[in-house]
Ligand binder design. Structure first.
Ligand SMILES: [Mg+2]
Length: 558
């Protein structure tokens, strides 16, 4: 500072001797002092900690340069020497570079180091807050923010003894829309769905998108009755057609509702219960709503514990294959047995297949379980055949098994592994399976027939009951469902069975009557041209040992 003052004093008192050199020296000195000041000012303004030490070191370096320069120019300033051209040019250059450096520090450096200004930081913070709290696609609040707001609503409702409802909305078959029309259309639909929901609810109500096609609403200050009115409006609005990109899209929602304080007092359970009720709504035909009930909770607890045990049952060897005989009415011989899975639970005892098979299908466990049954049944059949029993095996094939790409290879592998001739294996499929993916199903069934396996259409009459399946599907057997056989004395049912039997015979198919329980039924069945029977009249499904003792050793039914 004293150098500047000195220069100024000398310049003012000896104006006549004031040279260009002195002017440049003065400029350089000013620059050296300007740079550290610029840096200090910059640091104070930006308050950026990360590059603090770089600036401190740079500042010290500039200060050192300034000090050295000052020492160098001081004698010249004092003596006021005549113009020395080279030194003047050098000093001029130094001054210019120093000033450019100062400008750089002030403007370019922060940009190069990408240090955001306070306004930029505030903007970025705003964006981060938005991303943390809102869904980018619909602009609705997201799961995290919904949970925070819900806690606040619960506190307020508890304090002022208010009621509110949590509404869980899931779009039915949204995946199908995504798959058929593409994800862009799916996104457009979600946006429009959120718009419709927002238009329906009140200003104080909270609407959130939880992800995918799931929305959760918090309807404030409402009784269950009032919540029901709003939900009905939402159902109506979402069920009406959507015109997106000039295309008509139909979409329905399934809705579950839980209420505060009757169902639960905390956010986690209220959401869980609304979700549970939504699944119940889906189960009962979609496009409707369900209020949460205590029974739903018990049912789900039972289901969850059963699912847990089911996952371990295969490893713990709790499954057993039972066999139910099939009688050829023409020869009065047990020609085949149907393999049926049984589960001996270590605590619950015998679990009904009606309880665990749907669960296994729902969870996908049916695939490994089904494979085990197929393997076990083929092994047992081979063993019986080795013992001289002329018997075939019928194994039920689940939808998921047939959908899997390697089912044909798996069947081949199991047959080879057990050295069982394919002609002794029948795979039973259901009508619903046949219509799921007709082309794919047809291909796989044909391939299975090509390797020599026979195919049976199981439970005929329970599902879509289309007689056209008898001609379109590559099948060898038709098993008429026991509901028809139970009422075989009824004229209408008997006529239906008669038609099925006639068409099946004309197609060269063997008809099996399932669920035969009484001798009287057999006479009618025989009169209708049905060749085979299965049911409690012969035997309930029994373990392999019992099967051997009761039937195989005689192979006839008396
Ligand atoms: Mg069956």
């Amino acid at each position: 500072m004293s150098q500047i003052l000195n220069s100024l004093v000398i310049a003012s008192t000896h104006t006549s001797h004031f040279s260009i050199r002195t002017f440049f020296d003065l400029l350089t000195s000013l620059a050296y002092f300007t740079i550290p000041l610029a840096i200090l000012f910059f640091m104070k303004k930006r308050k950026h900690v990360k590059f603090k030490w770089i600036y401190i070191c740079f500042t010290l370096f500039i200060l050192l340069c300034g000090f050295t320069h000052a020492l160098h120019v001081l004698p010249h300033l004092m003596s006021i020497e005549p113009l020395q051209s080279i030194q003047t040019i050098a000093a001029g250059l130094t001054a210019t570079i120093s000033i450019i450096t100062a400008i750089m520090v002030w403007s370019i450096m922060p940009r190069l180091l990408r240090i955001p200004s306070t306004a930029e930081l505030e903007e970025a913070n705003k964006e981060i807050r938005y991303l943390a709290h809102y869904d980018m696609l619909t602009g609705l609040i997201n799961r995290n923010y919904f949970n925070i707001l819900m806690e606040q609503v619960i506190n307020e409702a508890t304090q002022y003894k208010k009621q509110f409802a949590v509404v869980f909305i899931d779009l039915d078959r949204f995946k199908m829309i995504n798959d058929s029309y593409g994800h862009r259309m799916g996104d457009l639909l979600l946006e429009e769905v959120s718009n419709r929901i927002v238009r329906t609810v009140g200003e104080k109500d909270i609407v959130s998108r939880q992800g995918g096609d799931e929305f959760i609403l918090l309807l404030q200050d409402v009784s269950p009755d009032k919540a029901e009115i709003t939900v009905n409006k939402i159902l109506g609005l979402l069920s009406s057609v959507f015109i997106l990109d000039g295309k008509e899209i139909h979409c329905t929602p399934s809705v579950g509702i839980s209420c505060f304080p009757t169902d639960a007092l905390d956010a986690e359970n209220l959401i869980k219960y609304a979700d549970l009720a939504m699944y119940k709504a889906k189960e009962t035909g979609r496009n409707n709503y369900k209020f949460f009930t205590k029974a739903m909770n018990e049912e789900i607890s039972f289901k969850l514990s059963l699912e847990n045990d089911l996952r371990k049952a295969l490893v713990k060897e709790e499954f057993e294959v039972y066999y139910q005989p099939q009688l050829d009415l023409n020869t009065n011989r047990i020609v085949s047995v149907e393999a049926l899975l049984r589960w001996h639970h270590p605590e619950k005892g015998f679990v009904s297949p009606a309880d665990f098979i749907p669960l296994a299908e729902e969870t996908g466990l049916i695939v490994p379980i089904g494979e085990w049954v197929l393997r076990e049944s083929c092994k047992q059949t081979k063993k019986w055949r080795n013992q001289g029993h002329d018997i075939s095996i019928s194994v039920n094939l689940s939808n998921q098994q047939l959908i899997s790409n390697h089912i044909v290879e798996l069947v081949k592998e199991i047959l080879i592994e057990n050295q069982l001739d394919p002609q002794y294996l029948t795979l039973e499929i259901t009508e619903s399976l046949a219509i799921t993916n007709l082309t794919d199903t047809l291909n796989k069934l044909k391939k299975l027939q090509e390797i020599g396996v026979t195919i049976a259409l199981d439970d005929f009459g329970t599902g879509y009951s289309s007689l056209s399946y008898l001609s379109t599907l590559p099948i060898n057997f038709v098993k008429i469902d026991k509901s028809f056989i139970n009422d075989i004395c009824d004229k209408t049912k008997r006529e239906i069975v008669k038609s099925v039997s006639r068409i099946a015979s004309s197609r060269g198919l063997t008809v099996v009557a399932e669920g035969v329980e009484e001798e009287e039924q057999i006479y009618i069945i025989q009169s209708l041209g049905i060749g085979m029977i299965q049911g409690y009249y012969l035997s309930k499904p029994v373990p392999s040992k019992e099967m051997e003792k009761k039937f195989l050793e005689k192979l006839s039914f008396v």
